[in-house]
Design a protein around this ligand. Structure first.
Ligand code: XMP
Length: 318
């Protein structure tokens, strides 16, 4: 019968058999479960010949890049963190439609990843954290040629660098990936993480993206997610986050009238993201989140809660 330990043993053996003794392997790390588990498995098989590349696209959650990079290093992974935020912001400047933003983010990711991959001497393989549902499903597409796994899409790199592709999680379902991750010692903070889109906060800032808007949204989102964790609600919702709306509204603060931004909170229950219900979070909890955001994040004076289900709404707003 299938157990995570048996899987690890046989996968490690197969990887050692397949990957030549001097071959170097490149893997893009996203901070998500799949790429992290793939990394640990490969690390167990070939140690430092696995070269992880973790790109900061400037659209991650607050402190995420530093925290996750540290976690990877703590696990002994050979990983290079690449701060490419300025490059992504430059590519995104002035673009406000969702499809255009996804394309700019995807294109920039490929450029940055290519550049880093070419620095690895003796690279023979590109590893990917593809899991079984990615293989069988043509996952939902939001715009032409933009798939859910767009952040894993490394363009024509395998052909260009003559890399063979290795996908050690190809036969696993998500819950099995989590079990394997636990068996390999992946910390809970990564293991139980909500799904997060490849384009990140880029599709949660409606309209065009500036570093200032990213900072505002990161702070509001952090308040929401941290309170979900504190109140033991994080594991009861499938995905949650904040959206920065392209709207200003009037408020009062002391004697003064304010004219500031609106944040929408989104939390859903779901099995696979294909359909979703808005999470019926307690009013008291929502009140606490709203007060804390408005009090702590200068520039936001109104918080609303999204009560739409999918379909016909989607989980993201873009
Ligand atoms: P929607 O908004 O279509 O989202 O209901 C379903 C799931 O897919 C994620 N999502 C994306 N993931 N690149 C990604 O990697 C994308 O362009 C993208 N768009 C949506 C979304 O976060 C949710 O988990």
């Amino acid at each position: 019968s299938w157990t995570p330990d048996h899987f690890v043993d046989s996968a490690v053996e197969a990887l050692q058999h397949t990957i030549g003794p001097d071959d170097q392997v490149i893997l893009g790390l996203s901070g998500g479960v799949d790429s992290s588990v793939a990394a640990l498995l490969l690390h167990r098989a070939i140690g430092p010949r696995l070269h992880g590349i973790f790109v900061d696209n400037g659209l991650l959650r607050k402190d995420e890049f530093e925290t996750v990079l540290k976690a990877y290093e703590g696990l002994g992974l050979n990983v290079t963190g690449v701060n490419a935020a300025p490059e992504f912001y430059a590519a995104l400047a002035g673009i406000s439609d969702p499809e255009g933003k996804r394309k700019a983010i995807g294109r920039t990711f490929i450029e940055v990843f290519d550049r880093e991959a070419h620095k690895v001497q003796g690279a023979a393989w590109l590893a990917q954290g593809t899991i079984y549902p990615d293989v069988i499903e043509s996952v939902s597409v939001k715009g032409p040629a933009v798939t859910i796994k767009s952040h894993h899409n490394v363009g024509g790199l395998p052909e260009k660098m003559h890399l063979k592709v290795v996908e050690p999680l190809r036969m696993l379902f998500k819950d099995e990936v989590r079990e394997v991750g636990a068996a390999l010692g992946l910390p809970g903070e990564i293991l139980n993480r909500h799904p997060f889109p490849g384009p990140g906060l880029g599709i949660r800032i409606l309209g065009d993206i500036t570093p200032e808007k990213v900072d505002l949204l990161q702070r509001a989102d952090a308040v929401f997610v941290n309170l979900l964790k504190e109140h033991d609600l994080y594991q009861h919702v499938w995905q949650a986050g904040a959206m920065l709306l392209p709207v200003q509204s009037v408020g009062v603060m002391g004697d003064e009238r304010t004219y500031e931004r609106v944040v929408a909170l989104r939390a859903v229950t779901s099995v696979d993201g294909m359909t979703a219900d808005w999470a019926h979070l307690p009013y008291e909890f929502l009140a606490e989140v709203s007060n804390k955001i408005i009090n702590q994040v200068r520039g936001i004076n109104r918080v609303v809660y999204d009560i739409s289900s999918k379909p016909p709404a989607t989980i993201e707003w873009e």
